[in-house]
Design a protein around this ligand. Sequence first.
Ligand code: COA
Length: 562
Amino acid sequence: MALVEVKVPDIGDFSEVAVIELLVKPGDTIKAEQSLVTVESDKASMEIPASHAGVVKELKVRIGDKVKEGSVIALVEAAASAATPTPQPTPQRGEGATAPARASAPASSASPAPAGEGRGEGGPVEVRVPDIGDFKDVAVIEVLVKPGDSVKLEQSLITVESDKASMEIPSSAAGVLKELKVKVGDKLNIGDLVAVVQGSGAAGAASPAPQPSPQKGEGAAAPAQAAAAVAPSTDRTPPTAALPPHEPGTPTGSLPHASPSVRKFARELGVPLEEVKGSGPKGRITQEDVQAFTKSVMAGDTRTKAATAKAPAGGGGEALGLLPWPKVDFAKFGPVERKPLSRIKKISAANLHRNWVMIPHVTNHDDADITELEAFRVATNKENEKSGIKVTMLGFLIKACVAALKKFPDFNSSLDGEELVLKSYYHIGFAADTPNGLVVPVIKDADKKGVLAISQEMAELAKKAREGKLTPAEMSGATFTISSLGGIGGRYFTPIINAPEVAILGVCKSQTEPVWDGKQFQPRLMLPLSLSWDHRVIDGASAARFNAYLGQILADFRRVLL
Ligand code: COA
């Protein structure tokens, strides 16, 4: 067992690169060529492989350290059988070197290409893979443009990736992309045809002639830009300047900032990296970010763009093993008009759909005798005519519901995993119909307010709702919601619970009905109540009791005082 130093091999023309990720820790058993750390220049991220198999005794670098060729990364107790030669500076693959530098560092020189030749002066320009160092058969992992797109000179067309580095292939001409000759998964080598660009005269004329890849500090463009000016003309000879590797932080196109191993990890899981928020320096996406994203998708908290796009108008259902939403050409049957859903409709549709699918809803229907309460309401409005405050049944209902919620606290709760969060505050939401869709303003601390104050606040919030002026704060924090269709009509309906609440009261239009008083039928004003509740939290008996108690209060509001 020998203790060997694993050093940074030749990483091309990068003088100093920062360590951004430690992929192993002391005590880990590693294989030869296993990546130990990820380093990053301002233009590329690369992984530094182990030159020996064995056990990591000590890591000599920390995140943030700057390293260069020859810097010691780790001390490895090399397994006797696995001892391998020290890494060679930038060895070529297939030459028997065991620890090739896996950086995608640009080469330091480039062959000049003839100025103006095939560089977008009107004719088609073939964009080919330039010199990509010692990488062979790099896979296309992303296609950043499509035929018909206008591309600028140096704009990245595709991303390729070896097992250790990702790089972007730039366009050697400005113009319109006529043809893409590659697709995701294709393996490319130097000189392979990537695309055909119909050069635009103006852009071509404005483009500088390809220059040999200049070194930093020579007053030339940054390496990525310089390297981009490499792809040749229609000449099949591949250029010799290096590729611009993936530029972290400010990627060309929408390429997310992540190390090759994280990209690979994301690809294995099918995670769309561009949708993952990076928590690393400069927004770099770490393996933990990918894992957190995956967990969030699995928990149903996040939906990928692809899943959303796949969801048809009906909201999808493939995940539930349902038939796809029927696709009908309605115009075949008669004239139709298409109009986009309003923002509010889109948001409420997504929420309602989730709540309907995730909550086991049950609805109890009941009637409350509000004959005396209605008489009191009418009298109150008469008395308060001058104040301008109009009391509707909804004001009383809010107060009555608070009393019922106090008596049945489970209805004023939320499910949090395997715990029930019982709230000691009573914020009552009410569904308001607006020209743009349904919104739910919230009367905060309804238990501390009288019916007049509640009615006044409700009128103000309903007005703001109709004008689209409600603030998010005015629509959040509800512990229970009432949806009243009393001013419109109907008998009963099934309101959908407004998660994370566990119950909602639907109210329809009251009407005078014959009610048997034991001796005869009496004309009584009856209010239809529909209480939907979450069967995970509430059971049928409690719901029936809640409705019955609510009915008692509405029949005789003095009970609120008890
Ligand atoms: N029975 C009989 N009449 C009723 C009633 C009931 N349950 N509830 C209200 N009314 C009467 C009111 O007294 C009022 O009568 P008036 O004009 O003679 O004074 C009339 O109906 C209109 O009331 P409204 O303006 O709707 O006031 P409200 O306080 O009852 O409701 C809103 C306010 C904002 C909730 C209501 O306008 C609204 O938007 N409702 C729709 C909610 C909804 O869409 N729910 C469905 C969600 S799926």
